[in-house]
Design a protein around this ligand. Structure first.
Ligand SMILES: [Zn+2]
Length: 109
């Protein structure tokens, strides 16, 4: 097991793990069972993401860096014309109906 990241909280850890999984990288989160102790322990030293393949370490770190950078950008909300639901800008697919969303950075694509 190779540590590729630490997370500030369980939600962040799960989002990071989901991002790696979506790129086909198996990931394990450790320390979630200690979240009850957070307050006494710094969270970022508790929640750690591990992968089991040395070959994927560089790729995993690059994916997480890109993921972190993407979070900094506030994308405008988007409207799903398929099911008529508002979505946060970072979603590539509608959370409700799965409809693929147009690229928010290209007008009317
Ligand atoms: Zn939809």
């Amino acid at each position: 097991m190779i540590e590729v990241a630490t997370a500030g909280n369980m939600v962040e850890a799960m989002l990071m793990a989901d991002e790696l999984k979506s790129h086909g990288i198996k990931v394990f989160v450790s320390g979630g069972y200690l979240s009850g102790a957070i307050g006494e322990l710094p969270a970022d030293s508790v929640l750690r993401l591990y992968i089991n393949s040395e070959a994927h370490v560089d790729r995993a770190k690059a994916i997480l860096t890109a993921f972190d950078e993407a979070k900094q950008v506030q994308l405008p909300k988007r409207w799903c014309s398929h099911c008529e639901e508002w979505l946060e800008g970072q979603f590539e697919h509608c959370w409700q109906c799965g409809n693929a969303m147009p690229d928010p950075l290209k007008p009317n694509s």
